[in-house]
Design a protein around this ligand. Structure first.
Ligand SMILES: Cc1ncc(COP(=O)(O)O)c(C=O)c1O
Length: 395
């Protein structure tokens, strides 16, 4: 089922008729309805938490500028994302710097800018941060991201807190880190952070994690660290098999799970990515060939894992609909990309008849889509068009 706004996008009942627009396009492209992300940002702000958008999900400049204007902060994981967030209007005090591989250059820049919080993910990183801060004569505001050993119910490739995960400081190492921190004057431990995975549909997981983090927060505070913040990360998923009409109705339960169980007086930080931007994005691709196979027919598109990696990376499902709805029985197509990889497939779909040069919409592609686009097979990166308040722009 398509939502009303999805139909409007396709049928042109909005200010912007997609069907007419595609006639002038020669390659696949993304379209973002930024008003959808804006509604979600506003709903998140109502939680009372400090909300930092996870820029890794989508770093489109017009999106970032809009989210800043809505009062969100940014959560970045690389120097590139940090520089881009600042260029899009976020102030240093709006930014959390996460990520497992922050080195000398990244940390030095963050210290020089005096950003809000650096989330360190290992003892080694904390020691480097402390050295760099001492060299600069500043005090780093840090949080430690803890691996709390929760196997979130999601695809294994997007779990981030299993025992052997590379992310976060193993919870068993925390006592040693605290002992070491006691003797340091260049790092101020402001908080604890956690993020157990992405595309999590069961809000009970957030309840469990916030309870665990609340316990830990109290222990660390009792050990003499005047913490102020609990960063509960991102991770809230969407149902890729259905339209987003009911998404916002899920937020109160999610906020309750995150905000009511920690039992501390900490300032709560959230880092949503996917939930804010997945629904706003559609990848529009064109059918190159309809190819007969032995038992299957293929619809070969002009965009595949170069434009949208999620299906190849973790067998992700995206709803697909053609822009031209031909009458007659639906047929099963194996919808695939053009690249020289067997994993370059969106999977089997029952669709109205497709013909070469038809355009199709691949829905819910606003998160972890364009940010992962690549030039494999010397393909071009898809353009990103965005719509907001009746204005269509490309960057
Ligand atoms: C530390 C951190 N915070 C936030 C996010 C955003 O997650 P999501 O897009 O699932 O909300 C991620 C993504 O994996 C992350 O690693």
């Amino acid at each position: 089922m398509l939502s009303n706004s999805e139909w409007q996008l396709i049928e042109g009942a909005t200010a912007w008729p997609l069907k007419t627009f595609v006639q002038n396009q020669s390659r696949a492209f993304y379209v973002y309805d930024l008003s959808d992300a804006r509604d979600r940002a506003r709903a998140f702000k109502k939680s009372g938490a400090r909300v930092h958008f996870a820029v890794k999900a989508n770093s489109h400049a017009r999106l970032l500028t809009m989210l800043k204007a809505e009062g969100l902060g940014a959560d970045v994981v690389s120097l590139g994302e940090l520089v881009k967030a600042l260029a899009c209007g976020f102030a240093p005090e709006d930014v959390i710097f996460s990520g497992v591989g922050k080195g000398r250059e990244e940390l030095s820049f963050a210290l020089q800018k005096r950003i809000f919080q650096i989330n360190v993910e290992s003892f080694e990183e904390l020691q480097l941060l402390s050295r760099l801060a001492a060299e600069k004569g500043v005090v780093a505001d840090a949080a430690v991201r803890i691996n709390v050993h929760v196997a979130a119910p999601t695809h294994k490739n997007i779990q981030t807190a299993t025992e052997e995960s590379k992310f976060g400081l193993d919870i068993r190492q925390l006592p040693d880190v605290l002992t070491w921190l006691k003797a340091q004057s260049s790092v101020r431990l402001k908080g604890l952070a956690v993020h157990v995975g992405s595309q999590i549909m069961d809000v009970g997981v957030f309840q469990e994690v916030s309870r665990k983090m609340g316990d830990l927060y109290r222990e660390v505070t009792a050990a003499g660290f005047p913490l102020e913040r609990l960063d509960l990360g991102g991770g809230l998923g969407i149902d890729y098999h259905k339209s987003g009409d009911n998404d916002l109705a899920r937020l109160p339960e999610y906020f309750k799970a995150n905000l009511e169980n920690h039992g501390t007086n900490a300032q709560i930080l959230l880092e949503p990515g996917r939930f804010i931007v997945a629904r706003m994005g559609v990848l529009i691709a064109q059918v190159v060939h309809v190819k007969r196979g032995v038992n299957l027919q293929f619809a070969i598109l002009n965009a595949g894992m170069n434009a949208l990696m999620r299906p190849a990376l973790y067998q992700a499902y995206h709803r697909i609909e053609p822009l031209t709805l031909r009458p007659g029985p639906r047929q099963v197509y194996n919808v695939v990309g053009p690249l020289c990889e067997s994993t370059d497939t969106f999977g089997g779909r029952e669709l109205p008849e497709l013909r070469p040069e038809d355009w199709v919409a691949i829905f819910d592609a606003g998160a972890y889509g364009a940010v992962m686009a690549n030039t494999y097979n010397e393909m071009q990166i898809p353009a990103q068009w965005s719509l907001l308040d009746g204005r269509l722009e490309v960057l």
